[in-house]
Design a protein around this ligand. Structure first.
Ligand code: ADP
Ligand code: MG
Ligand code: ZN
Length: 609
């Protein structure tokens, strides 16, 4: 959004404070004697002087002030030109005489005191008027595009070098840069300049960054607006903003128009439930007709970004519109390392920090997540008064980002701690004995977020495909927590601590049956069919299978879960002693690392003890 010209409210407060201060100053801080002095004739003072009652005299301009020995103060006005001697005050050795030549100063002080409040009031009025007229202006310019323009000469120019990884996307976009730089080369070949590029990928993967980098590389202006800005209170505003935006862009060609989060306007038309979709439709139509209206050689490229390509209106994706699609996915191990390197540039790092490990421990993190992670680490280091960010800061930040902040002061009874420990070790041991699960990275009974404890499995490499065996083994270790509770405390004593596990397990099992065809029902997906578009695409899901199939699916899901439960039971019954031993140590230490955990299984004595 373009900034509104509102007078900063701080300034108003400052003015009010200054006013109050000025008022206080005039009343309170005016020297006391000045107010208390009794006005008398000059002769009265002369008499007092002769009687020796005057302690001190002060001349200030034509004012004579006499401080008497009894503490009172009298003042009188002498005539111009009379000196102390003329008036008979001739014993400065007995009565100290001070002549303040402050005529000028007093004048300025008085003037300032009387004028400052006036100026302040005028200033205040002025600011108020300005804010009113600024509001009027925004009201009138409602239909204008609020696109932010990034000047190509600006110092914060972004180039491909600032976008780590995403090599494939960069390759595709290099072509766009080339179009912007040398359109003639392509026009001569009879090629049409592409009009729209759609970037899509999960949030935080650097789509916005990439779009700016394209503009930076091509050295052209960049107009950016977010889809949600088109959708305003008043009908018709979106469309008129689009018109204005494209008019501006044409004037500045070659340039890039960037529409962020285009799904806000570009949703499937006719699917809006709950009103407001007419407006969206008009806005979308306007975008489409503007893009169609480009001359063959108009060198304006519209880049749009979304993380919901599935909901976009097909009309947007037609040739001649956003026909170029560039996928920007979550970074893989190599790219994560690159991104980390970009963002540690301005951070003081300990020499021993190993960014490789950090990259390894953060599968599924987006670029924005990684940036956030490094920021968390920097905050931790600063909080602890360190000079450099070390590995521990990074590790702790990963945990915080992944699992939520630790809640050390959450009060758990001793029995709750004990149950939690057995539960978590149950997950870990079952996971350990299954072939296809990821290794245990850490077990902890410090509660975080909603969880009382956590067993953290960490993949050694990013998984691309997940096998049926892996799902089955994961289910076993998900069951491990509940099963451990049962084995130690008996089936009646199981707690609610496993509800989240059950939910996850059920979801995996259900997907295995209905999505991946990994059940005896065969290689078939039981999809959910999106309903009538006029009833809202996202709201209505319609089953595509019959009631009896539905029962079969339920039966298969529960078969899968039961099998996992049985295996978990076998494993933990066999290793009950180890379970108890590790749980006991876990209660003492609160957390066990991978090495500590695995040591129970390497040394047979430790396991048996
Ligand atoms: P998106 O628009 O895809 O949601 P952004 O472009 O807003 O994501 O990215 C958010 C921030 O994450 C960026 O400002 C940048 O600091 C960081 N980031 C994301 N991806 C990368 C990357 N590939 N290289 C460097 N920084 C990245
Ligand atoms: Mg973005
Ligand atoms: Zn659990």
């Amino acid at each position: 959004m373009a900034e509104k010209k509102r007078p900063p409210s701080n300034l108003i407060y400052l003015l009010i404070a200054a006013l109050i201060f000025a008022a206080l100053y005039t009343t309170v801080f005016t020297p006391n004697q000045k107010r208390e002095a009794e006005e008398v004739e000059i002769t009265a003072i002369q008499n007092l002087y002769k009687e020796g009652q005057v302690k001190r005299l002060e001349f200030e301009g034509n004012t004579v002030r006499a401080e008497l020995k009894n503490g009172t103060v009298k003042k009188a006005t002498k005539s111009d030109g009379d000196s102390a001697n003329d008036l008979g005050f001739d014993r400065p050795d007995l009565v100290p005489l001070e002549i303040k030549d402050t005529t000028g100063q007093a004048f300025w002080a008085e003037l300032a005191l009387s004028i400052i409040p006036f100026l302040l009031i005028v200033g205040l009025l002025f600011l108020m008027m300005r804010s009113v007229s600024a509001n009027n202006r925004t009201a009138l310019s409602f239909g204008m595009s609020r696109a932010k323009e990034f000047d190509k000469n600006k110092s914060n120019k972004v180039t491909f070098a600032d976008v780590a990884g995403s090599e494939a996307a960069k390759d595709e976009l290099t072509e766009i840069v080339d179009f912007l730089k040398e359109p003639k080369k392509y026009l001569k070949m009879g090629a049409k300049i592409p009009r729209g590029v759609l970037l899509f990928g999960p949030p935080g993967t650097g789509k916005t960054l990439m779009a700016r980098a394209v503009a930076g590389e091509a050295d052209v202006p960049f107009f950016s607006i977010s889809g949600s800005e088109f959708v305003e209170m008043f009908v018709g505003v979106g469309a008129s903003r689009v018109r204005d935006l494209f008019a501006k862009a044409r004037k500045n060609s070659p340039c890039i128009v960037f529409i962020d989060e285009i799904d806000a306007v570009g949703r499937h038309r006719g699917t809006g439930l709950g009103g407001g979709h007419d407006e969206r439709e008009q806005t979308l139509n306007q975008i489409l007709s503007e893009m169609d209206g480009f001359e063959k050689d108009t060198n304006v490229i519209v880049v749009a970004a979304t993380n919901r390509p599935d909901v976009l209106d097909p009309a947007l994706l037609r040739p001649g519109r956003f026909d170029r699609r560039v996928v920007i996915d979550n970074p893989d191990l190599k790219d994560r390392l690159e991104i980390l390197k970009v963002h540690v540039r301005e951070k003081p790092l300990d020499k021993q920090v190993n960014l490789d490990t950090v990259a390894k421990h953060t599968p599924g993190f987006s670029g924005a997540d990684l940036e956030n992670l490094l920021n968390e680490a920097a905050i931790r280091a600063a909080k602890e008064g360190k000079k450099l960010i070390d590995q521990k800061d990074l590790d702790q930040s990963i945990e915080k980002v992944l699992l939520g902040p630790e809640k050390r002061n959450k009060i758990m009874t001793e029995r709750e701690i004990e149950i939690t420990a057995h539960h978590e070790v149950g997950h870990a041991i079952t996971g350990h004995f299954m072939k296809h699960t990821d290794p245990v990275h850490k077990i902890s009974i410090v509660s975080r977020g909603m969880a009382l404890g956590v067993t953290w499995f960490l993949p050694e490499r990013d998984a691309v495909l997940i096998s049926k065996e892996k799902f089955e083994d994961e289910l076993v270790s998900l069951m491990g927590g509940r099963v451990a509770e049962e084995i130690i405390y008996g089936p009646e004593a199981v707690t609610t601590g496993a509800s989240n596990d059950m939910e996850k397990a059920t979801k995996i099992a259900r997907n295995m049956v209905t999505k991946y065809g990994m059940s005896p029902l065969g290689p078939i997906t039981f999809g959910e069919h999106h309903g009538n578009p006029f009833l809202g695409k996202d709201l209505l899901h319609e089953k595509t299978y019959s009631e009896s199939t539905s029962q079969q699916i339920d039966r298969e899901v529960s078969n899968i879960l039961e099998k996992a439960f049985k295996i978990a039971h076998e494993v933990l019954a066999k290793h009950k002693k180890t379970l108890m031993k590790i749980a006991k140590d876990l209660i003492k230490k609160e957390a066990l690392s991978r090495e500590e955990f695995e040591s129970y299984f390497k040394d047979p004595k430790a396991a048996m003890a």
